[in-house]
Design a protein around this ligand. Structure first.
Ligand code: UDP
Length: 195
């Protein structure tokens, strides 16, 4: 496919609509193979220069979208390619709108109490099922416990919002344990959903 490379990182020139369709296929097909999704922003490029694990998590991601205009601009200037925006919030909202009650979502991240609020709003606004909830302030020694907790939830979609790098590395490293077919690192999205 026509994936491009920007500062040694992959970028998929997919429209929001196409991205939503692909994620839908991954979530609802019989084989629950985990897929990681990264929504690339300029901060990731800078931060990952000193974080090889973060680079690897992005290089091995199944889908890398342009989170904002900074990346769209860079792809145009440096690669002469037009890459549509597909921000994390739009991906999450789009999936919940499209799949509603058939979708089981795990809310992982943000401060204690915030993911509960986000989940309540997602149920109210989109009718999704809540597979589980966990805050994002745990020590790395607890990664496996949390990953197993998520893995036992039967989620289709895991929203991992634990800050740039941490969330992508966690999704990538633990993907087989997390087990859900779509794992999205989505920064402030849980805070936004919580309103
Ligand atoms: N967050 C978290 N655990 C952490 C750090 C951040 O759950 O150890 C959450 C934070 O509460 C917010 C989201 O991750 O909901 C994004 O945080 P922030 O904007 O500080 O991170 P950035 O994406 O700018 O690195």
């Amino acid at each position: 496919e026509d994936r491009l490379t920007l500062f040694d990182l992959p970028l998929d020139p997919v429209t929001l609509d196409h991205a939503l369709t692909r994620l839908g296929e991954w979530m609802f097909r019989a084989h629950r193979t985990p897929h990681t999704v990264v929504t690339l922003n300029p901060e990731f490029i800078v931060q990952s220069r000193t974080q090889p694990d973060f680079v690897r998590a992005m290089q091995e991601a199944d889908l890398v979208t342009a989170d904002g205009v900074g990346i769209v601009w860079a792809a145009r200037q440096l690669r002469g390619r037009e890459v549509p925006r597909a921000p994390g919030y739009d991906l999450v909202k789009g999936l919940m709108e499209r799949h509603g009650a058939e979708l089981r979502v795990f809310f992982l991240g943000a401060k204690p109490g915030v993911a509960e609020q986000a989940a309540q709003h997602a149920v109210r606004d989109y009718g999704v099922q809540v597979a589980g909830i966990h805050h994002g302030y745990f020590d790395q020694a607890e990664d496996q416990r949390v990953a197993e907790f998520v893995g036992a939830s039967g989620a289709h979609l895991v929203l991992t919002a634990m800050g740039a790098g941490r969330q992508e590395i966690f999704n990538h490293y633990w993907r087989q344990v997390l087990g859900a077919p779509v794992l999205i690192g989505c920064g402030g999205v849980i805070d936004v959903l919580a309103g």
